[in-house]
Design a protein around this ligand. Structure first.
Ligand SMILES: N[C@@H](CCC(=O)N[C@@H](CS)C(=O)NCC(=O)O)C(=O)O
Length: 223
């Protein structure tokens, strides 16, 4: 059996981007098979490869993994990004879920009708500033990493979401100095520095082409 890891998703961020980030932070190589047409998605579903007829799909260790959270949990466990004991793990999970909530609202933004968009942007900014970011500013008050003494998935997810926030609200971190310092430390880690270089598997913010491809591949959801 080949030890190759293959990610099946569209050529954009969506639900796969955190998986790309986590593998990259762990220093693990992977390949990508991009779904560009509805027929490709239908074929995967019809072949019975997708347990719930949904992607992300990750081929890894002889398994066909689906469900984003399950995939992230597996990668974090396998590559030692999930704390040293159950107490660290539950704290990592709490941070991760808080980040995931914010991330989900950002990922859905391109699909919000234009007349609702500004309201949604305001909601995201307010929630990030008042609720989510203060948690991490406090969590990083005296420590290098969010949980324990080593890198965990919570750190990787926090870097990803704060970079996403800055793409939309460039000055959002101005009142969060600990998070800014954290970002710089994280960006200096060799695996992450490599992922941030042009030409890596990191995907750009969604553009019109990506949105159109999503609407086409998953047209059954937009009826
Ligand atoms: N709970 C699933 C949701 C996956 C999901 O909704 N995937 C979308 C693409 S991002 C999909 O494949 N939708 C097709 C469908 O539901 O028919 C996960 O987190 O992986």
């Amino acid at each position: 059996m080949s030890g190759k890891i293959v990610l099946h998703y569209l050529n954009g961020r969506g639900r796969m981007e955190s998986i790309r980030w986590l593998l990259a932070a762990a220093g693990v190589e992977f390949e990508e098979a991009f779904i560009t047409k509805k027929e490709q998605f239908r074929k995967l579903a019809d072949d019975g490869v997708l347990m719930f007829q949904q992607v992300p799909l990750v081929e890894m260790d002889g398994m066909k993994l689906v469900q984003t959270k399950a995939i992230l949990n597996y990668i974090a466990g396998k590559y030692n990004l999930y704390g040293k004991d159950l107490k660290e793990r539950v704290l990592i999970d709490m941070y991760t879920e808080g980040i995931a909530e914010l991330m989900e609202s950002i990922v859905l933004l391109p699909f919000i009708p234009p007349d609702n968009k500004q309201k949604q942007l305001d909601n995201i900014e307010r929630k990030a500033k008042d609720r989510t970011l203060p948690v991490f500013e406090k969590g990083l008050a005296n420590t290098q990493f969010l949980v324990g003494s080593q890198l965990s998935r919570a750190d990787v997810h926090l870097l990803e979401v704060t970079l996403m926030l800055q793409e939309i609200f460039p000055t959002i971190l101005s009142t969060f100095p600990k998070i800014q310092a954290f970002q710089e430390r994280m960006k200096a880690l060799p695996t992450i520095s490599k992922f941030l270089q042009p030409g890596s598997a990191r995907k750009p913010p969604p553009d019109e082409i990506y949105v159109k491809t999503v609407m086409d591949v998953f047209s059954h959801l937009f009826k």
